[in-house]
Ligand binder design. Structure first.
Ligand code: C2O
Ligand code: CU
Ligand code: CU
Length: 462
């Protein structure tokens, strides 16, 4: 951590000044560090969090952030969790529903929950200014006014987000709509959320956060909170809803057999058309909707989802059963109307490890105002310290151009996005229009150590 990071954290009374933060306080579980499981034939059954159709409940859903003990497969670990599970429960709702939550702070420091990707008004957005103290509560009520997509939720307090997410606080939120349901995509047990992240552990096997200004990189991958996971699969087409849930790590996803992903969606829902890809870069905050075809594989065969960047095996699929599946992979998926000609251009420079346009974040300072309903071009540039996954609250955007660096747009950047990966030497242009709500939102780097250090900016849509 830089001096700046530490002073910002200490200034707010954060507990992380020591640089290494353990989930401690409780007795060690006694479970040995489960490194023996890595690389051996012993794998743990993939955890799939409970799904809650939150709009069907007659009362607001109680969502609690608190310390807890979770089973990561081969070990029990202390973590910070939503309602006792890691990841938190998967919420589901449909366009037109209204959802209600009561957030409870069971931590020993301020927190607030943000609904990443959700089009909500300022009061429901989990802006850091609404962080609640230990023992406090916050009520959310909002209608679902957007198309089907995989969104997610995680803490968003000023300067403490990286710690709270790294220690386990995050969950998926799936939105459905009629257009998506009409495609008849794989569902039930054939639709599986995969929350990808990395983690570090102390000698007792508890989650540990060791922030660095350049980004927290854990030693171990977790899929849905499971170490060394496997998933028994039938010989059919699966739909995987993938979330980049790491603090700072960019995954390079591929399948061990060289088989393709049939990419059908991303942050903002379905793409216009299916794309066949064998490798996908997934940055913190980004989501993917992919079909994987296990037809033709014999029972007992395995396929491994790999991170080609770190050389990690993330998840082993084991074909367990032969089931006939005659589905056709869809080619046309949805209609995306281009936003059209922008009225003006705004440039955002992601500077150092803690600034946007030369300024460190101040929760109380409004940096700019965006006219409601105008199409604008937002240009993201950097002088180094990438990856910077750039994320905007309050609207999705369309990525239209990348110059320098990788010099191209990728199939997973089509359609609607709310997070886009900016690498060194790149200029990325997006088109954006705020037409849902007026009010205050933020733009920030989703490398959470950059965000916590101040690479965030408040703006008002008016
Ligand atoms: Cu996923 Cu402002 O965050
Ligand atoms: Cu967000
Ligand atoms: Cu950054």
């Amino acid at each position: 951590m830089s001096v700046k990071d530490v002073s910002r954290r200490v200034f707010l009374g954060g507990a992380a000044a020591s640089g290494a933060l353990l989930v401690g306080g409780l007795t060690a579980s006694g479970a040995p560090e489960a490194s023996a499981a890595r690389g051996s034939s012993t794998r743990n059954l993939l955890y799939v969090p409970p799904v809650i159709d939150v709009a069907q409940l007659s009362n607001p859903y109680d969502l609690t952030e608190a310390p807890g003990t979770v089973d990561l497969g081969s070990q029990l670990s202390k973590a910070w969790v939503y309602n006792g599970t890691l990841p938190g429960p998967t919420f589901r709702a449909r366009t037109g529903d209204t959802v209600r939550f009561t957030l409870h702070n069971g931590l020993s420091e301020p927190t607030i929950t943000h609904w990443h990707g959700m089009l909500v008004d300022h009061l429901n957005d989990g802006h850091p200014i609404y962080a609640i103290n230990p023992g406090g509560t916050y009520s959310y009520t909002y209608p679902i006014v957007q198309r089907a997509a995989l969104n997610w939720y995680h803490p968003h307090p000023d300067m403490l987000t990286g710690e709270q997410v790294a220690l386990g606080l995050a969950g998926g939120f799936i939105l459905n709509d009629d257009q998506e349901l009409a495609l008849g995509l794989p569902s039930g047990g054939y639709e599986v959320p995969l929350v990808l992240r990395d983690a570090s552990f102390d000698s007792a096997g508890n989650l540990k956060y060791t922030p660095k200004g350049g980004g927290f990189l854990g030693t171990t991958p977790l899929v849905n909170g499971t170490r060394d996971p496997y998933l028994p699969v039938d010989s059919v087409v699966y739909r995987f809803r993938i979330l980049g849930g790491a603090n700072a790590r960019v995954f390079g996803l591929g399948l061990s057999t060289g088989a393709p992903f049939w990419l059908i969606g991303n942050d903002g829902g379905l793409l216009p058309a299916t794309a066949k890809v064998t490798r996908i870069e997934l940055a913190p905050g980004e989501r993917l909707d992919v079909l994987v075809d296990f037809r033709g594989l014999a029972t007992g065969q395995t396929v491994v989802l790999r991170d080609l960047n770190a050389g990690w095996d993330l998840l082993e699929f084991r074909v367990a059963r032969q089931i006939t599946d005659t589905r056709t992979i869809p080619t046309t998926l949805s209609t995306i109307t281009p936003l059209g000609t922008p009225l003006r251009t705004r440039t955002f420079s992601f500077d150092g490890m803690s600034k946007i346009n030369g300024k460190v974040y101040d929760v109380n300072r409004i940096d700019f105002t965006v006219p409601f309903g105008d199409v604008e071009r937002w240009r993201f540039i950097t002088n180094g310290n990438a990856p910077h996954p750039v994320h905007v609250h309050g609207a999705s955007f369309q990525v239209v151009q990348r110059n320098g660096g990788r010099g191209q747009l990728f199939p997973w950047e089509a359609g609607w996005k709310d997070t886009v990966l900016l690498q060194d030497f790149e200029t990325v242009d997006v088109l954006i229009k705020f037409s849902a709500y007026r009010g205050e939102y933020v733009i920030h780097c989703h490398k959470l150590e950059h965000e916590d250090s101040g690479m965030m900016s408040n703006f008002v849509v008016n």
